[in-house]
Design a protein around this ligand. Sequence first.
Ligand SMILES: Cc1ncc(COP(=O)(O)O)c(C=O)c1O
Length: 451
Amino acid sequence: MAHAPDPINKSADWVARSLRSVWHPCTQMQHHESVPLVPVSHGRGVWLYDHDGKRYLDAISSWWVNLFGHANPRINAALKDQLDKLEHAMLAGFTHEPVIELSEQLSSLTGNVLGHAFYASDGASAVEIALKMSFHAWRNAGRGGKQEFVCLKGSYHGETIGALAVTDVALFKDAYGPLLRAARVVASPDARGAREGETAQDVARRAAADVEALFAERADQIAAIIIEPLVQCATGMAMHDPLYLALVRSLCDRYQVHLILDEIAVGCGRTGTFFACEQANIWPDFLCLSKGISGGYLPLSLVLTRDEIYQAFYSTDVTRGFLHSHSYTGNPLACRAALATLAIFRDDDVLNRNQARAGRLRQALAPLARHERVRHFRQRGMIFAFDAIEPDATRAATFSRRFFTTALEHELLLRPIGGTVYLMPPYVLSDEEIDGLAERTRRVFDSVISS
Ligand SMILES: Cc1ncc(COP(=O)(O)O)c(C=O)c1O
């Protein structure tokens, strides 16, 4: 269906009304005095449209959630069908087809190693669940002294109090420091940290040695280590070698510490495999999923766990159970969107076809990779990133905002993280859109770096 520009409610009107009434996330609202707010009227495929008919290629999948484009006909059809059956029912004491089928299919994607799924809505809630479950499982096993959590330098796991405690991004965390329970922070395996002559695997070994030193000293107090596998996204797409995950898995086994993998951003094929941890041939004790699992349609998050963990809570004693809940836990519409998403993965051979897509995008981005003001061009699956060389501190501080604004003028939605420009597009880019995305990104970069 064609959408004509809306003649009455122009973009400017919506912006004014939004600024009067909506408090936007992750935003210093004062910045909107100079940074544009984009009112979205509708979406189609990789494009978002405003009320004046201007369009923007959603090159970061709307905060990394969208997988198969906006208004995807297959996900839409599944949701319309589900709407006429059941919009929601509580999941305590009741169950329903979409949540059962989704749990079965996800477990099967882990080779049934992770046999049970516990549901919530946002990513941060899944992290809270994994942290609480880990502590409680140890407590049920008579090891209530295991109360500490370990996270990586630069880690990001969400904004709620528990998730923020295992986040290591000062900008988000410092203001709330007094409210947070301190976590132990270990070295990041970020391959950019390679010293002269070192490979990414050497960095991974060094970072794993840091974990081992901590475990050797305090494993009796540590419940779990939480890791975002292969790519630490929010800190600036810091990528590491899969060897790190294999080494930490074996340390967790040796020292009896749970391994929580946060695949909220990197799961669902972003890194090339459905789960990032498959590239290290390991499974965690807890795996957190959200964002892409509903195709970017509805808030849905979940924690997959091993059966041993599930069994640790199974008892005649109610207090040994996991009594956590959210009202919309396992919402049927969200689960149905997820089932439609998994069906597209299967029917369209998405992971294989993404290899060709990623190959073409990598080639199209080659001029940027060679650019004299670019360093650390990197890629993992469908995630591409590079760091801008901006020697002037004042200009470096405003690089991200200037890039975002200039990108909008080039029909692109791109929001660098500090000096890191990254692309994490939906998996439905045509060849023409791939080439256009790369070309426009280069033009935006040239313009921002030289203005
Ligand atoms: C790795 C990771 N974990 C957790 C979260 C939190 O998810 P949500 O924003 O849905 O609470 C995010 C969000 O960006 C994330 O990237």
